[in-house]
Design a protein around this ligand. Structure first.
Ligand SMILES: Nc1nc2c(ncn2[C@@H]2O[C@H](COP(=O)(O)OP(=O)(O)OP(=O)(O)O)[C@@H](O)[C@H]2O)c(=O)[nH]1
Ligand SMILES: [Mg+2]
Length: 659
């Protein structure tokens, strides 16, 4: 046991489609590193990372969890993530804090829908990623086929690191190539030459690079995110896991430890401790945090750290501080929320994954529990970026959802952890509103229509699809009440916050998105020169009152169009049933985007409004004799045909969805 904890750390995400074996692999890594005596099992509910009662009962991961093991001079913090698409937002928060990743595939199922989505995200963020083809012990395992599919549909930039034998049996094994291996040198040279002109020239001229040169090249390309070494094995039997572990040490970078700077970090997970207290998981990018330190969080929230912990020798232990590059837990930050950054990381992260497309009202079975339900939902929303809660005009809470599994998990969490039995209304489709044109409005000081002591002018115009709501300002600093807010940035941030809150509900009640809001005018009243507490000086409250009124007026002038979520669907159906399925899709107005057949099976691609998904899932087994396979992904919004549904005056599920 080292007296000093290792100085460098590697924050490693384990990502995959549901059930590929992430949690089982995490146990294996912990076991191999000597952190635990026996690997736990998902099926008997004894793993370290599936620690919630619900996860253990269902055998799926719901929350990202952190464990750690030492590897040479590195501390590897492993973030085990959920694979079910209903929990994609949980993965989203984790991506921003990773130094490297292992993307797990099953040697039987191969590349699955979520695998593609995750790989795209990892590539976009340039996260160095190894691939582990798991479950080679299962009947039907076929490494060559999976490798071919990876190359075709995931990335051509792969480098197989060994061969598997005894596939489909308990004794299936994986043997890593030795550096001197001729066949390996050849394939390594070819793979590296893709992104290495020197090597390509040497290859073409028949000059053999040294093994050392090849290894350096492979490490550099992996760290640049343009090459993916592929390992294979079985998390169940442990085959191939030592080779993967060696690959993690060789190919993935530790997080660089920058010289001491102001503490900069991001909170990627919040949970409640045994006594109900908030525990925030933080990744530090620069500087360090320690007990009794005060942190400034977004939106002017602050908090004092009561204690810090790091994961060591299989459990969370008290620590002096959390240094740059490391992951740890912070106690005492009552106001912390998932996604909060501080220091240089205080600007919010952009949304990278699809938004939830459903919402449902939640009702406590016992009406006396209503206030408790509201409090519990607020608490859950703090911890869980997946849960966004809104109060309807009747005071009834509504939650946004990704799907049925998430809804069940939410219901079970409320019952088990908060003692509140709830019922959900039928989930309905979440629409959005986009501005139709440009609208401008202003409320000026000392005019009859403005009872408040502030001037704000706003212009709203349409933005690019998928751009969300962007806010900017053309107001000169001398027109801003800097004595109230300290800086132009802080003033703009405050107005932006008020505008966002107001535009969470558009003209028909749906969130306003894909627009640019520009603050075009501002003024303040400060008649006495120095700020005074008398009523003749503008206050922050004046801006809080005026900004929403102006935003509403500008939106009314711009007008809005209600849009509904659309999915890109891929269907694999027996060719005999393909015509029937196509007729159904046509009846629902789906646009067919592609069709291919390999004889028995036909693959159809189409765009379908999300409102039809449930019905398609229901009918597909009957239409295809249980053979049909459906993959979906979010594909933006499109204007609703016919009368747009409204979410105003909400007293039950929203009115019927057009489509
Ligand atoms: N035969 C075999 N089964 C495995 C292997 N790895 C995992 N499993 C089984 O596959 C199932 C899913 O494993 P998990 O480790 O929970 O998979 P996961 O990717 O963490 O699943 P989610 O977190 O729910 O997405 C369990 O029943 C495991 O026992 C393997 O290498 N071989
Ligand atoms: Mg899991």
């Amino acid at each position: 046991m080292p007296a000093q904890p290792p100085a460098r750390s590697l924050n490693l995400g384990i990502l995959a489609h549901v059930d590929a074996g992430k949690t089982t692999l995490t146990e294996r890594l912990l076991h191999l590193a000597g952190v635990i005596d026996e690997p736990g099992s998902v099926d008997s509910g004894t793993t370290r990372t599936d620690s919630l009662a619900l996860e253990r009962r269902r055998g799926i991961t719901i929350k990202a969890a952190v464990v750690a093991f030492p590897l040479g001079d590195l501390t590897v913090n492993v973030l085990d993530t959920p694979g079910h698409p209903d929990f994609i937002a949980e993965v989203e928060r984790v991506l921003g804090v990773l130094d490297g990743a292992v993307l797990v595939l099953s040697a039987v199922e191969g590349v699955q829908p979520q695998t593609r989505i995750l790989m795209r995200a990892l590539q976009r963020l340039e996260v160095p990623t190894l691939v582990f083809v798991n479950k080679i012990d299962r009947v039907g395992a076929d490494l060559d086929r999976v490798l071919a599919v990876i190359r075709r549909s995931l990335t051509p930039d792969v480098l197989p690191m060994g061969v598997a034998a005894g596939l489909g049996t308990r004794s299936a094994s994986f043997t890593a190539y030795r550096p001197g291996d001729e066949a390996f040198r050849e394939s390594e040279t070819v793979a590296l030459a893709e992104h290495d002109d020197d090597l390509l020239a040497a290859y073409v001229e028949g000059r053999d690079p040294t093994s050392g040169r090849l290894l350096d090249g492979a490490v550099a390309q992996t760290r640049a995110g343009v090459l993916h070494p592929v390992f294979a094995g079985s998390a169940a039997t442990g085959a191939g896991v030592p080779e993967l572990m060696a690959g993690i040490a060789t190919f993935l970078p530790g997080s660089p430890a920058p010289p001491s700077q102001d503490p900069t970090g991001r909170i990627f997970k919040v949970e409640r401790g045994a006594a109900g207290e908030k525990v925030a998981y933080v990744r530090m990018f620069a500087g360090s945090v320690r007990s009794r330190q005060r942190l400034v969080l977004p939106d002017g929230r602050t908090g004092k750290i009561a204690g810090v912990q790091v994961f060591e020798h299989g459990r969370w232990v008290r620590a002096e501080q959390i240094d740059a590059g490391h992951i740890g837990r912070l106690h005492g930050l009552h106001q912390a929320r998932v996604g909060d950054g501080f220091g240089e990381a205080s600007r919010g992260e952009e949304h990278r994954f699809p938004p939830p497309t459903l919402e449902a009202a939640v009702e406590a079975t016992d009406p006396r529990r209503r206030p408790a339900l509201r409090a519990a939902l607020a608490q859950l929303a703090d911890q869980d970026p997946l849960i966004s809660v809104r109060l309807g005009e009747d005071g009834r809470p509504t939650v946004s959802l990704y799907g049925r599994v998430q809804q069940e998990v939410l219901g079970a969490t409320l019952a088990e952890e908060h003692g509140i039995e709830v019922e959900f209304s039928d989930a309905s489709v979440l629409h959005v509103e986009r501005p139709c044109g440009t609208g401008e409005a202003v409320l000026r000081l000392n005019t009859p229509t403005n009872p408040y002591g502030a001037t704000v002018g706003l212009r709203i115009r349409p933005g690019a699809p998928g751009s969300g709501l962007r806010f900017c300002s053309t107001v000169p600093a001398q027109d801003m009440p800097l004595y109230l807010f300290g800086s132009a940035e802080a003033f703009c941030a405050a107005v932006e916050r008020h505008v966002r809150r107001e535009l969470a509900h558009g003209r028909l009640g749906w969130e306003v998105t894909d627009c640019v809001v520009t603050m075009v005018e501002a003024a303040y009243r400060n008649m006495d020169g120095p700020p005074s507490r008398r009523g003749d000086t503008s206050t922050a409250l004046d801006y809080r009152k005026v900004a929403p009124l102006v935003a509403r007026a500008a939106l009314d002038r711009a007008g809005t169009r209600v849009c509904e979520p659309v999915l890109r669907i891929a269907l694999e159906v027996p060719t005999d049933d393909s015509a029937t399925v196509q007729r159904l899709l046509a009846r629902w107005g789906a646009e067919l985007a592609g069709q291919s057949s390999d004889g028995e099976l036909t693959r159809l691609e189409a765009r379908l409004v999300a409102a039809r998904l449930h019905e398609l899932q229901r009918q597909l087994p009957d239409l295809t004799g249980g053979e049909g396979v459906l993959e979906t992904r979010f594909d933006g919004y499109q204007p609703v045909r016919g009368r747009p549904p409204s979410r105003l005056g909400w007293s039950g599920p929203p009115e019927g969805v057009a489509g």
